[in-house]
Design a protein around this ligand. Sequence first.
Ligand code: HEC
Length: 95
Amino acid sequence: MPRRMLSTAVLASSMLVASLAGCASEAAPGSSSGAPIDPEALIASRCTRCHNRSRIDAASHDASGWARIVDRMVAKGARLSEAEQAALVEHLAGR
Ligand code: HEC
């Protein structure tokens, strides 16, 4: 199940850290613990807050293209740990 929601303040500071460090692992603390990641569940829970899925289904990119997009979405406020981002990029690039 999704981790508990982070407060807006924590999210805002994670975004700042993410943009300064070029990495957003702080966006979801403790999530890179090796628990199995379901990319489809991530899309449903993290990627459909600002736009719907058709935006994602309509896009076709290779891994580096998806990495750029997922990075951009994280900068906008998508909550994904580094491990979740990697799993999502792999999944999206391999569709
Ligand atoms: C905080 C809001 C927000 C969240 C959460 C979000 N997005 Fe987006 N997304 C946007 C906005 C705003 C745009 C349009 C502007 C742009 O493309 O940068 C967009 C555009 C896109 C596009 C089309 C742009 C392109 O170049 O193809 C894709 C694909 C996409 N998002 C995928 C995702 C994925 C995958 C996730 C989950 C990891 C996600 N989004 C989560 C706000 C969000």
